[in-house]
Design a binder for this molecule. Structure first.
Ligand SMILES: Nc1ncnc2c1ncn2[C@@H]1O[C@H](COP(=O)(O)OP(=O)(O)O)[C@@H](O)[C@H]1O
Ligand SMILES: Cc1cn([C@H]2C[C@H](O)[C@@H](COP(=O)(O)OP(=O)(O)O)O2)c(=O)[nH]c1=O
Length: 222
């Protein structure tokens, strides 16, 4: 693919939305074509699935079938938004992607795990992130930030769960980073948002060849 695909992962309130916005501004200032998007969602079909899953209407489904819904939303998003953007040479910044399914729909049952792995393979169909930024914050901090952000709005189906579940999810994200160090970078999400943005940009510049895209853009423009 001509473009670059970067995903942001981490628990709720870890700062994904904030940092995606800042990275998008920094990359656009380099003259790059930047697409920001999120999961579940990013297309009308995926947004409809988002509503079904996050409202809690399908809370009885269990991890495998919940994984199927997230996978269907992801397949639509890939087809309609992500693949075309990568094909034209854009940088795609996506708030959550397949690692969120690995973490949130994780199962201790080996057969369920094998099913979800196969589902992931079929959904991605050869397209995956070039880089994944995992924003790491203690679960209590993420939950408190999310609570402040929400104010009057209702918690979604996953935010309602106990802090111990959020602690487990943090561990699962860190385990993914350990198992795929060439793809994943863990960045401390505590502290000042501007400093975190500098760490994120440094990781992107270190791991990816942005110059190639800038030169392609210049060639297209001339
Ligand atoms: N580094 C930071 N320090 C303090 N608050 C932050 C920081 N980054 C984000 N926030 C605030 O925390 C809340 C959640 O951040 P957000 O970027 O929406 O996280 P996420 O998308 O991971 O849920 C928002 O109200 C945001 O303004
Ligand atoms: C993409 C994805 C999200 N989710 C969950 C994680 C979040 O709780 C929710 C998305 O909510 P959202 O409000 O977009 O995220 P955040 O908590 O980062 O602000 O969906 C899954 O369970 N599986 C998935 O594959």
């Amino acid at each position: 693919m001509a473009g670059i695909f970067i995903t942001f992962e981490g628990g709720e309130g870890s700062g994904k939305t904030t940092q995606i916005r800042r990275l998008a501004d920094a990359l656009a200032a380099h003259g790059l074509d930047v697409v920001t998007t999120r999961e579940p969602g990013g297309t009308p079909g995926a947004d409809a699935i988002r509503h079904v899953v996050l409202s809690g209407a399908a809370r009885h489904l269990g991890p495998q079938m919940e994984g199927v819904l997230f996978a269907a939303a992801r397949a639509d998003h890939l087809e309609v938004v992500i693949r075309p953007a990568l094909a034209r040479g854009a940088v795609v910044l996506c708030d959550r992607f397949h690692d969120s399914t690995r973490v949130y729909q994780a199962s201790d049952d080996p057969e369920e795990g094998a099913f979800l792995a196969r589902l992931e393979w079929a959904t991605l169909n050869g397209v995956g992130p070039d880089l994944t930024i995992i924003l790491d914050v203690p679960a209590e901090i993420g939950a408190e930030r999310a609570r402040l952000r929400r104010q009057e709005a209702k918690a979604d189906r996953f935010e309602e769960e106990d802090l111990s579940v959020q602690v487990e999810r943090r561990e699962r994200f860190l385990a993914i980073a350990r198992s795929e160090p060439e793809r994943c970078v863990v960045i401390d999400g505590q502290g000042d948002a501007d400093e975190i943005a500098q760490d994120v940009l440094a990781a992107v510049e270190d791991r990816l060849d942005l110059d190639r895209l800038v030169k392609n853009r210049e060639r297209q423009g001339s």
